[in-house]
Design a protein around this ligand. Structure first.
Ligand SMILES: *[C@@H]1O[C@H](CO)[C@@H](O)[C@H](O)[C@H]1NC(C)=O
Length: 390
């Protein structure tokens, strides 16, 4: 009898420990053949680890230890059977020859995944060769975004550092429920089109506690973005936080419910920018809130530009169809690098409506700044430097 009880207890403990261990399957890329030497290609090993994790019925972790792992353009494809955590202590490096990423448009691509979290890690896309090609006017491959999520839901990217992307560092496209936090995205001021984060056709994206020092927009917000919250952002150098360009197409999804709060812009070309082509469009931008923002030596701290038409090509009526409404600027303080700190250049055919300025204090060489308004309606309140033109 006592013996039976003992074996039952033993069996019980055995099962408990089995479940504790197996409640999360772990796949170390080293055991799939990856070498942390930065020279041996690790793409196959990463894909094998992904296949194992993706086929796992229980939640799994892919572990990338310290070291440098050479990775070519790689697709991590779902759907997968359970949640996957990718824990990165090392650095993923792209091939030195920029042509190796070829014309794929991406470097690391997650596609149709659900419940994927990426923690830590560094990406070095080695973009300098690609920028040099672009700047030389030669014909170059289209280039690669460093990390992209397409048709992905319930995603976390936390503690990632990305340097020297060829194009945008991080792209969120056709996703729901994404949290990006504590990321650092870095490329030189003059590197072409190295945006920090691009969001489009996505709902419920949160970007917080992150730093972008890049050659293009820190965050660019494309058509079909709903419920985007950005907080505690450091931007600059770069082109600022930009909604648009919209009106690239006639039929284009709108942008709505976007909040940026507690951000610091340092030496950026723009601060808070809304931008659309001067072209016909059914698009809109509405319910936007910018609040508690510090500007340090920013060229255009607040700007709406609906006259975007590089080289005056393809803008027959020179007027944007995008309807901009309910945009609030609240508690925006600091210094402008130009005399005109607030520029509202709205469309003559669809004027901006419901623009609100509240407690704005922007100086230029310790003097007051100016503002300029075209085709706009709205209200202003509180301390206003520059004087409101609304
Ligand atoms: C606006 O977006 C926030 C997330 O940033 C969300 O919590 C809120 O419910 C959204 N509001 C509406 C009206 O959809």
């Amino acid at each position: 009898m006592a013996k039976l009880t003992f074996s039952r207890v033993f069996l019980f403990i055995f099962f408990i420990s089995f479940f504790v261990q197996s409640s999360n399957a772990a796949y170390n890329v080293i055991s799939f053949g990856a070498k942390p030497d930065g020279k041996t290609e690790a793409t196959e090993a990463f894909l094998k680890a992904w296949q194992s994790a993706c086929n796992s019925a229980i939640a799994s972790t892919i572990y990338i230890p310290k070291g440098r792992f050479l990775l070519k353009a790689t697709v991590f494809r779902g759907p997968c059977k359970n949640r996957i955590t990718v824990k990165i202590d090392g650095t993923l490096v792209a091939p030195t020859d920029y042509r190796a990423l070829g014309n794929s448009g991406y470097w690391i691509l997650f596609i149709k995944v659900d419940r994927v979290a990426v923690y830590g890690g560094a990406l070095d896309a080695k973009g300098a060769g690609f920028w040099a090609c672009r700047n030389s006017g030669k014909s170059c491959p289209v280039g690669a975004r460093s990390i992209t999520f397409n048709w992905a839901n319930n995603i976390v990217v936390s503690g990632l550092t990305s340097i020297n992307s060829q194009l945008t560092h991080l792209v969120i496209n056709s996703c729901n429920n994404v949290v990006v936090q504590n990321v650092k995205l870095i490329a030189p001021d003059l590197s072409p089109n190295t945006d920090g984060i691009h969001v489009q056709t996505s709902t419920g994206v949160t970007i917080k506690g992150s730093t972008m020092q890049t050659g293009d927009d820190c965050i660019s917000i494309g058509p079909g973005t709903n419920n985007l919250l950005m907080s505690n952002i450091k931007c600059g150098p770069g082109h600022g936080v930009s909604i648009g360009s919209l009106a690239r197409e006639l039929n284009e999804a709108g942008v709505q419910n976007v909040t940026l709060t507690n951000a610091v812009f340092t030496g950026s070309d723009n601060g808070l920018r809304i931008k659309s082509w001067a072209r016909p469009s059914n698009g809109f931008i509405r319910n936007i809130l910018f609040q508690n923002i510090v500007m340090r030596n920013v060229e255009n701290p607040i700007i709406i530009d609906q006259n975007y038409c590089p080289d005056n090509q393809g803008c027959p009526l020179q007027s944007s169809g995008v309807k901009i409404s309910e945009v609030t600027y609240r508690n925006i303080q600091g210094t402008s690098a130009t005399a005109e700190a607030v520029t509202f250049d709205c469309s003559p055919s669809s004027p901006c409506r419901g623009i609100k300025l509240q407690d704005i204090k922007l100086t230029y060489n310790t003097r007051a700044t100016t503002s300029s308004c075209k085709n706009i309606g709205g209200t202003s309140s509180g301390v206003l430097v520059p004087e409101s033109c609304l």
